[in-house]
Design a protein around this ligand. Structure first.
Ligand SMILES: Nc1ncnc2c1ncn2[C@@H]1O[C@H](COP(=O)(O)OP(=O)(O)OP(=O)(O)O)[C@@H](O)[C@H]1O
Ligand SMILES: [Mg+2]
Length: 507
């Protein structure tokens, strides 16, 4: 007897349909799973055998072969236990046949309980796209599944409970599709605690408003880390689509809150300098998204940039440019998205005081050069805004007057972002930093005076083509903060200022 049961698998952040096909025939008793299973899926044999027996069913004493189709994509994970068990129960006539509009996901425990799995959100999204009407998921993953409207998501506790539902004896009720409300988080840090540093704060505001990468460079104790750590408090809200995209990644790594699974706050990831290349960009023996993908639609903060291994920093070049990272494996290619704003902070030299107005730097010119060269030219070119964080003035530090709060800055940033959402509503990107080269001239219209200013700077300062585009994009953001449709000379002048430090330090 032959039966098939639909399920879902994961490649990268997207899902695909998997059919568990069971064949039970006469012959020496055996149980094989074929169809490119990895070691984890092979272990399903033991769980399924025990799960079936301990749920009050019989495990057929026959030759059992389960094929996971399509056979050319590697099957990773434990979510096939449930469809494998159901296909065997069906093929041995222990549960009735059901229609092909049902899909099943779940890991089995030896006792027959259905345990939570990672990646339920992308699987439910795909199942809906493929026209499935019902999807059965582990009870603990219900909230995540009901983010998707238009498909019935059933919470399953045990194999015997599900069998009873399929036999029509007891009924499992599908979860209600959620309507999500955006909730502001309260941060325990605020920009009002940072005294002075108006120039750096303005640069950060521009960077966040347009999603631009930013490098803060300055002497120790100037407040670089302090400023960067306050960036989450001024990030604009996410659109629902952005929230779902980010949640998909956290669903795959199994890092979602059960009660409130939708990530409505932009991620802020600050990996330590010792992180490996695979940790940062993704990979590993069972490929997983790296920090750059975990920061998707949010911020990746690299504090003390030159302390990261050079190869690790360089590994960011491709995903920063392409906004996706592709990991190649013998039989597959995985793609993870990486729309991130990179924030980096560093000292200008090993002792930290190179360029300090009063303190003397103790480093030799060679040591300074070696330190700075850890950040390569191409990497620097990808960072839109470079800003020097000077030591805080005593008068600022001693002053009692309160600086502008994060809430006020965030209001301006959000206003500028809303202009961008409106502008890019039918395009594949949604902030100025990500404007595709093909659209730059159409979107970044300048006055004649502004165009002349860029031309002069380009000729005098030998900017790269990328730097030229970045200047236009930054100027676009500054104009959006001013609510101006056309970029003028003042906007360009400010944008040019943000591209001058590389010439000062990286001569
Ligand atoms: N502008 C400022 N206003 C108020 N406090 C400040 C300011 N700048 C620095 N500080 C104080 O100094 C401490 C050190 O600042 P921070 O760690 O941000 O410096 P940094 O520039 O990152 O230094 P390093 O280069 O050594 O990493 C902060 O925790 C804060 O208490
Ligand atoms: Mg610091």
């Amino acid at each position: 007897m032959f039966c098939k049961v639909a399920s879902m698998g994961i490649v990268g952040i997207d899902a695909f349909e998997v059919l568990a096909e069971a064949d039970i025939s006469r012959g020496l008793p055996s149980f094989d799973i074929v169809g490119l299973p990895d070691i984890g899926v092979k272990e399903a044999r033991n769980r399924v055998r025990a799960g079936i027996k301990n749920s009050g069913f019989e495990f057929p004493v026959s030759k059992i072969t389960v094929n996971l189709a399509p056979a050319d994509i590697k099957k990773i994970g434990s979510f096939y236990d449930l469809p494998i068990a159901l296909s065997i129960l069906q093929a041995s006539h222990q549960i009735p046949a059901f229609n092909d509009k049902n899909a099943f996901i779940g890991e089995l425990s030896l006792s027959g309980e259905v345990k939570s799995v990672n990646g339920v959100l992308p699987m439910v999204i795909k199942a809906k796209e493929l026209g499935f009407e019902n999807i059965f998921v582990p009870e603990q993953n219900l909230q995540e599944g009901t983010i998707v409207a238009g498909i019935n998501v059933f919470p399953v506790k045990t194999l015997s409970q599900l069998a009873s539902h399929l036999k029509g004896r007891t009924r499992i009720e599908p979860g209600m599709a959620k309507t999500f409300e955006y909730k502001d988080v309260q941060y325990d840090v605020d920009f009002k605690e940072v005294k002075g540093q108006l120039k750096a704060k303005r640069a950060i505001e521009v960077a966040v408003a347009g999603g631009h990468n930013i490098l803060l460079i300055g002497v120790p104790g100037a407040g670089k880390s302090m400023l960067a750590k306050r960036i989450p408090s001024i990030l604009p809200p996410m659109t629902f689509e952005e929230a779902v995209e980010t949640t998909k990644i956290y669903s795959i790594v199994g890092n979602l809150s059960q009660d409130n699974p939708l990530c409505f706050n932009r991620p802020f990831r600050a990996p330590h300098q010792t992180i490996s290349l695979a940790g940062l960009t993704g990979g590993g023996s069972v490929p997983m998204p790296g920090e750059i993908s975990l920061a998707h639609n949010g911020v990746l903060f690299l504090d003390e940039l030159p302390e990261f291994a050079r190869a690790t920093i360089e590994g960011l070049r491709q995903p920063m440019e392409d906004k996706v990272i592709t990991i190649s494996r013998a039989k597959s290619k995985l793609t993870y998205p990486s729309f991130v704003m990179v924030v980096a902070a560093m000292n200008p030299c090993p002792c930290g005081f190179y360029g300090h107005p009063t303190k003397k730097c103790k480093c030799t010119p060679g040591a300074v050069e070696k330190y700075l060269s850890k950040v390569s030219g191409p990497m620097l070119d990808r960072i839109d805004i470079h800003v020097e964080v000077a030591p805080v003035e005593f008068s600022d530090m001693a002053s009692n007057s309160e600086a502008e709060s994060s809430e006020e800055i965030r209001a301006r940033v959000t206003k500028a972002r809303k202009i961008q959402w409106q502008r890019f509503r039918n395009l594949s990107f949604n902030c100025n930093a990500d404007i595709n080269a093909a659209y730059i001239n159409r979107i970044c219209k300048t006055t004649k005076e502004a165009a002349n200013m860029i031309q002069m700077a380009f000729e005098k300062l030998s900017f790269s083509a990328r730097a030229y585009n970045k200047i236009l994009k930054i100027a676009r953001t500054i104009a959006d903060l001013d609510e101006e449709e056309i970029i003028n000379a003042k906007h360009v002048a400010e944008a040019l200022q943000y591209r001058s430090l590389d010439r000062r330090y990286w001569r």
